[in-house]
Design a protein around this ligand. Structure first.
Ligand SMILES: [Zn+2]
Length: 329
């Protein structure tokens, strides 16, 4: 296999990248298409891959395998993965803020019309796989990759095995119910789940200020903003406690824009919420920063289909770092 491709599908943006044994070759990013037929986002990915191939002078058929790191959840129809993502499909939940009425996106079906080797994973599972292969979780057998951003998601590894579940949705602890005493609603429809209480999208719904505005207000000494953010951090910590208690994990690598920018002062609040319960389960639990940073999703997508004999070179030479340099307008 000479060339592999990665697709990163998010609620806001989509990115594709192509790599060979020696590293990333090209990357293109666009806003995720959320208009037209439910096939549109999948067709957008194929069209972006075609453009990326043109940039490096190869044809689409030369891509030996395509890995996909996508926001979830997934459902399977006829064994094929469809996206049922509240941030892409306007037919889910009742927010009315998306201009389509899609119930699901037939992602795998569209990709298989063009490629024979396709591997699709939830974005946090792909990120976890990449951090274990190349990054901060190397040699960790009981660990999680967590993102705290627009949404909140987990990729879980127990006894050295990545957890997938019946539809590939293991790790959707962002929709784990934490309280029925809250009016905070998640995009999935739940009240009082982890995302409802702490995700960037729902902080904005709850407090009428974007996470950036909220955190800026905290810096300026706004006590209400401070209380709101501490409240969110405690619930986030409780979610981590519940996952620790359930799976006996040792390390959480936490990424996502909220943690990336504010993790330094949020960490003691989150750590206190984890460690103030049942020390037998929580003692020694570590919260660490991921190593792959902004391109963890691209690296994760590529890693899903990467030949084993490339992996050591990618790790040793930090080749994923070059993804940023291959960015095309
Ligand atoms: Zn939810």
């Amino acid at each position: 296999m000479q060339y592999i491709a990665g697709i990163d599908i998010g609620g806001t943006k989509m990115a594709v990248s192509i790599a060979d044994r020696n590293g990333p070759l090209v990357r293109i990013a666009e806003a995720t298409v959320k208009l037209g037929t439910p096939r549109a986002p999948a067709e957008q990915a194929v069209s972006m891959l075609r453009s990326a191939c043109e940039r490096i002078g190869i044809s689409l058929s030369e891509l030996g395998a395509v890995g996909v790191s996508s926001c979830g959840p997934f459902v399977k129809h006829g064994g094929l993965i469809h996206l049922v993502a509240p941030n892409i499909c306007g037919g889910i939940g009742n927010r009315g803020d998306l201009l389509n009425d899609w119930e699901s996106v037939p992602l795998e079906q569209v990709l298989r019309e063009h490629f024979t080797h396709v591997a699709i994973q939830n974005d946090c599972v792909a990120a976890l796989a990449a951090e274990r292969a190349f990054g901060a979780l190397h040699n960790e057998d009981n660990c999680a990759y967590v993102t705290w951003s627009t949404g909140i998601g987990f990729g879980l590894c127990v006894d050295g095995r990545l957890l997938h579940g019946k539809n590939g949705n293991a790790g959707h602890a962002g929709h784990m119910l934490l309280t029925d005493q809250s009016q905070a609603q998640c995009g999935c429809g739940n009240y009082g789940d982890t995302e409802a209480l702490a995700s960037g999208r729902n902080l904005e719904v709850q407090y009428g200020r974007s996470p950036e505005e909220l955190f800026n207000a905290v810096k300026e000494g706004d006590v209400h903003a401070h209380a709101a953010v501490v409240h969110a951090a405690k619930w986030f910590g409780r979610a981590l406690y519940n996952v620790t208690a359930t799976l006996d994990l040792r390390v959480f690598a936490i990424g996502g824009s909220i943690w990336h920018h504010h993790g330094d002062w949020l960490e003691p609040i989150v750590r206190e919420e984890i460690c103030s319960h049942l020390p037998a389960l929580t003692q020694g639990v570590q919260l660490i920063r991921p190593a792959l940073d902004a391109h963890v999703a691209d690296a994760g997508a590529l890693y899903l289909v990467m030949p084993d004999d490339w992996v050591a070179d990618w790790r040793q030479l930090s080749l994923w770092d070059r993804i940023a340099e291959t960015e095309m307008e």
